[in-house]
Design a protein around this ligand. Structure first.
Ligand SMILES: *Cc1c(COP(=O)(O)O)cnc(C)c1O
Length: 377
């Protein structure tokens, strides 16, 4: 007789101290929430045009520049609408005629689709790879934007960020780093624009986009917006003007700004990107190491080099239903390890972002083993 999933209770010693393993929104650190609550009376529900909120925007702009060791002349832009809004902004303000996209998951495909739908642009080039792998991108003379994704959150594949050989000399390398920024190492000389939203590696809430711009990217946006219509909400020139004044064009979520600045401070005080990336490395070592040694689980991504250190995808043998395991875990307070919906695999997806304690990842592996054992009884 098998154990009814509803009746499985995790013993206390197998419960992570914090059960949030979602890939986005992701765990927000309790310390940050406590600090937000402590200062709320002076902050939440106050004007976003006053110093207290502007100071948060400045901390984010300076913190991101520090985190990524941005060279002189780069600017950090902040705007509302999350990464998805930034794709549309890029279609309007960064792509001149044609973009080239590394497509290897749902998110990288969405930006390519946004460019494809734009009537003012030529059909984008897509360099595709089967989900669970990543494509090798060779530049194309006809592309003026090369769109890379540092980490494909839908599949758990991480890419290397390099200017592709063979690209046009003035092509901009524009990187979706939504689930990578603050968790994966990167060399700022290899990109022109590095954009993300803070509800993943930066342990904040959603609704904001943050983007770093090289001088070449600023020049491009100035040139394009001078000669073509761009809706104000998607106008990166307006976003730049406001960002330089440490504000956003329209009203931001102040809690999101606070939590983002808080995580950046935490990372920078502890040693910066190297500290954060090392925590992700440690969590990845624990999780993939467990999967490699498991009789019923294995990493979905075959090549260890391509396995993400911020979002891991673990396939299960047919005899184990991942959805059932996820629902038992959920009932026991371990949340959001379900796979990316559209990938449709018998797998779990586990965030390994810097805020997530490697010790909790260790507990999670033991909790999964326990649930599977109980389900088989
Ligand atoms: C989550 C995610 C997005 C979408 O971010 P939103 O802020 O929800 O628009 C885009 N790209 C990647 C790689 C992501 O992980």
């Amino acid at each position: 007789m098998t154990q009814s999933p509803e009746r499985i209770v995790l013993p206390d010693d197998l419960r992570p101290a914090d059960g949030r393993f979602g890939s986005g929104p992701s765990k927000v650190r309790a310390e940050a929430v406590a600090d937000l609550a402590a200062g709320a009376g002076q902050l939440l529900g106050t004007s976003h045009r006053q110093d207290r909120v502007k100071h948060l925007v400045r901390r984010i702009r300076e913190g991101v520049a520090d985190l990524l060791s941005l060279p002189e002349g780069h600017e950090v832009l902040v705007g509302n609408g999350g990464t998805t809004a930034f794709w549309d902004a890029a279609v309007h303000c960064l792509v001149d005629r044609r973009s080239q996209h590394a497509v290897f998951g749902e998110f990288s495909a969405k930006f390519a689709d946004a460019a494809s739908a734009a009537p003012h642009l030529d059909e984008p080039l897509r360099v595709e790879a089967p989900y669970g792998t990543r494509p090798a991108v060779t530049g194309d003379e006809s592309a003026d934007v090369i769109a890379l994704t540092h980490n494909e959150t839908s599949t758990g594949v991480q890419a290397e960020i390099r200017r592709p050989a063979g690209s046009a000399p003035d092509a901009l390398v524009v990187v979706d780093a939504t689930s990578a920024a603050g968790g994966l190492r990167v060399d700022a000389s290899e990109f022109d624009v590095y954009y993300f939203a803070p509800q993943k590696c930066l342990a904040s809430e959603g609704g904001l986009w943050i983007a770093t711009f090289s001088p070449a990217a600023i020049e491009r946006l100035d040139r394009l917006t001078a000669s073509r219509y761009c809706p104000a909400f998607l106008h990166l020139g307006i976003a730049l003007e406001n960002s330089i004044k440490d504000q956003t064009y329209n009203t931001p979520a102040i809690a999101t700004l606070f939590l983002t600045a808080h995580t950046l401070d935490w990372i920078l005080e502890n040693g910066g990107l190297e500290f954060a990336a090392s925590r992700c490395d440690e969590s990845a070592r624990i999780l993939y190491g467990w999967a490699d040694g498991s009789s019923y689980a294995c990493a979905f991504v075959e090549d260890p080099e391509e396995r993400s250190h911020t979002v891991a995808t673990i396939d299960f043998a047919e005899s184990v239903e991942a959805a059932t395991v996820a629902s038992v875990l959920r009932r026991n307070g371990i949340l959001d390890v379900e796979p990316y919906r559209k990938l449709g695999r018998n797998q779990l997806r586990v965030a390994l972002y810097p805020a997530i304690d490697p010790g909790d990842v260790e507990s999670l592996t033991r909790a999964i083993d326990h649930v599977v054992e109980e389900l088989r009884r």
